[in-house]
Design a protein around this ligand. Structure first.
Ligand code: ADP
Ligand code: GLC
Length: 477
């Protein structure tokens, strides 16, 4: 049994801004199911949704602050969660990283440096927990200083750093180094320094024993200038220690047991899926029509997700016999442009701005197809959820989308492996052509049903991925 300290800045259902939160609860739970002793550590944000008992485990100084370590359990699991409590840095209610205008908090470097320092103390078993991890598994830039700080310690536990998204790096002005009082040994070009600034993600990539990312294709892509954002050289240098492990999906995302949808269904009761379509149409004031091709999209509305590709073909798309259901929030310009379309086509398009877990489940259950035209996608979860729900994904050929969707071609149709639709070029024309390809196949019910069955019976469970992480942990003892 391994003792694993899993370090993250968000975990579902405590706090979530994206897929990192899903992974940070599903993977520890899957590792615990494999018999491992996993402890999750994250900041005690004012916005955490805590429903289990919380108690004080330890108190210790970090710089000029006295940090408290609180203990609770991850809801519906036996996984222990440690919360780093420092109200001055984490006490605000709201998004963990940005203010109401979407601007990063001015003190993010200090906040996550304090978090990383506290984690390092826990990892070194210096805070009276009487528990020293065999592995410290860090995730994304907010945790990047942990491998760097631990590299300075005598007999530190081995570290893994998982990149969920290279587009977010935690880069701060050079002055931050002295404000954070980072040890000078860490500030070289081989360390945290990045063009005269300090890069948190570089701490993880340069100092962790192993670096992982969330799909094999993304592991290759980030070694190129287009996806590496200036760190492709370092990632290529670390090639031998860099591996891609695809995420799984949580057991909650399963139409056979999903209590958030109107009608549960399975492969052998697929005809009942349509009741969710009707419920979705009623809920969103769209005309009720069992046969209309209904496309869903649930996403952060940001450039990564190719929202502009959709916007650029939306008027042509809305001239076809389709309904489009969108749930998301993010970039104000995208929100505005989508709102204009929704207002102009109220019988064909429904837009819900904001975050809504229940509606997300109903969209997966109610739609025929699911749009994910991402410019890049480290892994992506919704294309896997949508396969599980028989809402066939229409995706761009990148990252985890390329690794988890099998394009519908004559051969994959014939051998019953096709599960969705893939397009190559990063433009609206390619997306539109692919949606039309799906629309044509949707009009052939038997073929469509076979595609749904192919998709719904694929195994995206966490067990496989958790075993790969476990093998990796065992390889670096
Ligand atoms: P990313 O982490 O880049 O946002 P992923 O596909 O990995 O992309 O994960 C996104 C997760 O967030 C999924 O679980 C998705 O259902 C959820 N999600 C995104 N936007 C919303 C929203 N507006 N309402 C509900 N769930 C959302
Ligand atoms: C990031 C990526 C997404 C991935 C998620 C979880 O947010 O954008 O592709 O699925 O992390 O690993």
């Amino acid at each position: 049994m391994k003792k694993i300290l899993f370090v993250t800045s968000e975990a579902h259902p405590l706090i979530k801004t994206g897929g990192l939160a899903d992974v940070s609860s599903s993977l520890p739970k899957a590792l615990a199911d494999l018999g491992q002793d996993v402890r999750l550590i994250l900041p005690n944000y004012g916005a955490l949704k805590l429903n289990n008992e919380v108690h004080l485990r330890s108190e210790f100084p970090i710089g000029s602050y006295f940090v408290r370590l609180l203990e609770t359990k991850l809801p519906d699991s036996a996984v222990t969660v440690w919360l780093v409590d420092c109200p001055a840095y984490f006490g605000m209610v709201g998004n963990p990283y940005v203010d109401v205008f979407g601007n990063a908090y001015a003190n993010n470097a200090d906040r996550f440096a304090l978090f990383c320092r506290a984690v390092s103390e826990v990892a070194m078993n210096r805070v009276e927990l009487n528990w020293k991890p065999d592995i410290v598994h860090c995730n994304d830039w907010q945790t990047g200083l942990v491998p760097a700080l631990l590299s300075l310690e005598y007999q530190c536990p081995p570290t893994i750093f998982t990149i969920h998204n290279m587009a977010y790096q935690g880069i701060f002005g050079g002055l931050v180094a002295s404000i954070l009082q980072l040890p000078p040994q860490l500030l070289s070009q081989d360390g945290l320094e990045f063009h005269g600034m300090i890069s948190f993600i570089k701490g993880g990539i340069a100092y962790a024993d192993k670096v992982t990312t969330v799909s094999p294709t993304y592991a290759q892509e980030i070694q190129t200038a287009k996806f590496g954002y200036g760190l492709e050289g370092l990632l290529t240098y670390r090639n031998d220690d860099l591996i891609g492990i695809i995420n799984g999906i949580d057991a909650d995302w399963n139409p056979e047991v999903d209590s958030l949808i109107t009608q549960k269904y399975a492969v052998d009761s697929l005809s009942e899926k349509v009741q969710n379509k009707t419920a979705l149409q009623i809920r969103l004031n769209l005309p009720v029509d069992e046969n209309i091709f209904t496309l869903g999209l649930i996403s952060r509305l940001v450039e990564q997700k190719g929202i502009d590709l959709l916007l650029d073909c939306l008027s042509e798309l809305l001239s076809l016999p389709v309904q489009i259901v969108i749930l998301g929030s993010g970039d104000k310009d995208f929100e505005h442009r989508l709102s204009q379309f929704a207002a102009a086509y109220p019988h064909k398009m429904a837009l819900t701005l904001g975050y809504n877990e229940t509606l997300a489940h109903l969209i997966e259950a109610g739609c025929d197809a699911f749009l994910m035209p991402s410019r890049f996608e480290p892994c992506g979860l919704n294309q896997m959820y949508s396969q599980r729900y028989g809402a066939l994904p229409i995706v761009r050929n990148t990252g985890g989308l390329a690794d988890t969707v099998i394009d519908t071609l004559p051969i994959s149709l014939a051998n019953k492996t096709a599960t969705g639709f893939i397009f190559e070029e990063e433009n609206a024309g390619a997306l539109f052509e692919t949606i039309k390809r799906a629309l044509v196949l949707h009009s052939i019910p038997d073929t469509w049903r076979q595609l749904q069955i192919n998709a719904m019976t694929r195994d995206f469970s966490w067990t496989n991925s958790a075993k790969q992480y476990l093998n990796l942990y065992e390889s670096i003892e």
